[in-house]
Every structure is written in structure tokens, then in C-alpha cells.
Design a protein around this ligand. Sequence first.
Ligand SMILES: *Cc1c(COP(=O)(O)O)cnc(C)c1O
Length: 390
Amino acid sequence: MKFIPYGKQSIDQSDIDAVVEVLKSDFLTTGPSVENFEKSISEYTGAIYATAVSSGTAALHIAALTLIKPGEKVLVSPITFAATSNAVLYAGGIPVFADIEPEGNIDFDICVEMLRADSAIRHIFVTHMTGRPVDQDKLRQLKEMFDLGVVEDCAHSLGGEFGGHMAGGCDVADMSILSFHPVKHVTTGEGGAVTTNSERLHRKVQALRTHGITRDESEYQFRNLAFDINGNVNPWYYEMQDLGFNYRITDIQCALGISQMKKLDGFVARRREIAQAYDAVFAKNGYFVPLYDYDRRSAYHLYVIQTNFDAVGMTRAELFNKMRENGIGLQVHYIPVPMLPYYAEKGYNMNDLPTASKYYERCFSIPMFPAMSDDDVRRVTDTLYKIISI
Ligand SMILES: *Cc1c(COP(=O)(O)O)cnc(C)c1O
């Protein structure tokens, strides 16, 4: 029996050929594939600038350093991967968790209340949970009302859109981040990107990716070192102006990324088809409630179900174990960030997060990836209904 995990990459011969071609070329890193991959990301999302980096977490780290001053508070959803709020901490910021809407995204009305009550909150890092973009009109209102810095965590939502604007396009956000981990929409093995429409932010992001070094002579600060007495730039010269990192991504990875981007629309279309197939079965048979009604704008990175486990006569752990015995992987997205020991020890808790608490008690994710066949989809739902004790 074939095991069906909750998420998986789709690699075909054209991806393999693209990688092999780079291996035979002159550049393994910082060559033409990096720029071409960045170009395909910015064309797809609509953002003017894209910087590809070594992971989604690296992208979040750089975005956070570019925006946050130490001590500033940042709104974050408790229902996201830990990397979102970890990035705030990397930059010396203070994550402040705002409760979610029942459909899984941060609740902007609650954000307004929290912003009114605390002027030290200066930014929001907003996750498009499961791939369903947050309401861009509300986000814009929030940004303008409180003059907030905005980073959209689009690790789930590449291919999603809101009001004609593609996720990652930074219609409202100062910066967005993407992840190219194998379970995400397109993969480079490990990889990520920062997108923005601001040239100033783009330059900072580009520098932080490579040690904070610039080779742009218009930016040089020590002009007596940079230029000779005739005003010609010294050919060896560069300046390190910020404490940056080596967060570069390789040409090998970017060749895979370029090849994958060509198939993104097809991947997302298949994910939406699978979501509709799941929706139909659950609407007919009950007990398993999709996190939200079918949303054609969602990129469906995840398919999350809400279940009352008392009603199905088993614990979530029993359900996970029985599904695994039947060759199907489930997952929980996510344990709320404030409940993770590192955060709990800092004094975070779930006291003011009732909707997130309820979500966590009832949630689990079922397999969702474009290579699933219709038979795989049916096997998942058939097995769920076969094993529950109703
Ligand atoms: C995957 C993910 C990240 C981190 O991406 P990596 O590429 O794994 O570092 C960040 N935020 C969210 C919401 C994610 O799902």
C-alpha cells in the first residue's frame, strides 16, 4: 500500500534536466539562474523586486531586520509556523499574538483593538494561513490607520489572490516572503524569497543576503578609500555597511525553481480541484468540517479540517495512528506558537486567544498536494469515514 503524506513535491524530467544543465555550466552559485528565478517570481507575483535566499526563514529574518527596531512590538498570529514570530525575535522585536478568525487568519478587528490600546505595536507579520490570502482592504486600512510596517508571510499562498492581486505582490505590504520547501507550492529543496515594491528595502534585503556588502559605488560611504585621486573607483573595492549573512541560494536550486514556476498555475489548479472534491464529500457525510467554505482565491497549501473528536468517538491521536496504519499521513498546523516551550517560558500563554485555542483543539490537516490522484483523494476520505466509530 502506497503511503500518502500530508504534502509532497512534484518533480518531473524537465526539473531534473534543468538542474543537470546548471551542473554542467560555469556557475553553481550567484550565476544567471538566481536572477532568472527572481525575475519569474516578480513577474508571477507582480512585485517589482524579488530576492531569492536560502530558506523562507532566512527571508523572514532579513525582512524583520530591515523593518523592526529593537524593542518594537509586532502583531503575529498564534496559528502560524514558529518561524514567523521567531523572525521578530531575531530582530530584537517583541511578538504580540492577536487572536484568529474562525477561518484561520489573524482577526483584523482584534488587531485594531490591540493597536488602539498599545502604541508600542509598530508592525504586523501576517500569515496567509493554509494559502487563503488575508483581506487586503482591511490590511491596507490597518496599515494606514496606525502607520504600520507590514510583512506578509506568503509561505502558504503563492498562487493565491485577493481582488486580482497575487499573493506576494506587496500591494499593501512593505515586504512579502515565500518558502520553497518541498511541501510548498514550488520547491528548490530549501529556499525562500523576499518580494517588495520599494527600491530602498530591496537594496537592504540584497545586501543582508550577502554579509551586508555592497559593490554599488553610488552607495559608498568611505569615498577616499573607494576612489583614487582622479575619481576612478578602485576595482577591488567593496563596503560592508550592515551586519549581514550568507543567505545566498545556489544556481542549482534556482534552476529547479525556474522549472517549477512554469508549472505553478497547474499545481494550484490541481490543489483547488482536490479541495473541491474533499469539500463535496465532507458536506455530504458530515463530522469533518473544512476550515472554510471553498475559496477559489486560496492556493490551498493545506487542507485543514475541524472536528469535534467526542462526536467521532476517538481522540485525535487515535485518529492519527489509525490513519497511519492505513497508509495516510495527517498533521496538525499548528501547535499555537505561545504554547511552544520557548515562548511559554517567556510568559506567553493562550489566555486572550480563545478562537485559536478552540481551533487547535479541533484541527488537523489531511493530504493535499498536486500529484494526488482522484483515487488517492477518495482513499483519504473513505478511510476517515471507515475508521471513526459512528
Ligand atoms: C514553511 C514556512 C516558513 C518557513 O519556510 P522555510 O523555507 O521552511 O524556512 C515560514 N512561515 C510559514 C507560515 C511556513 O509555512
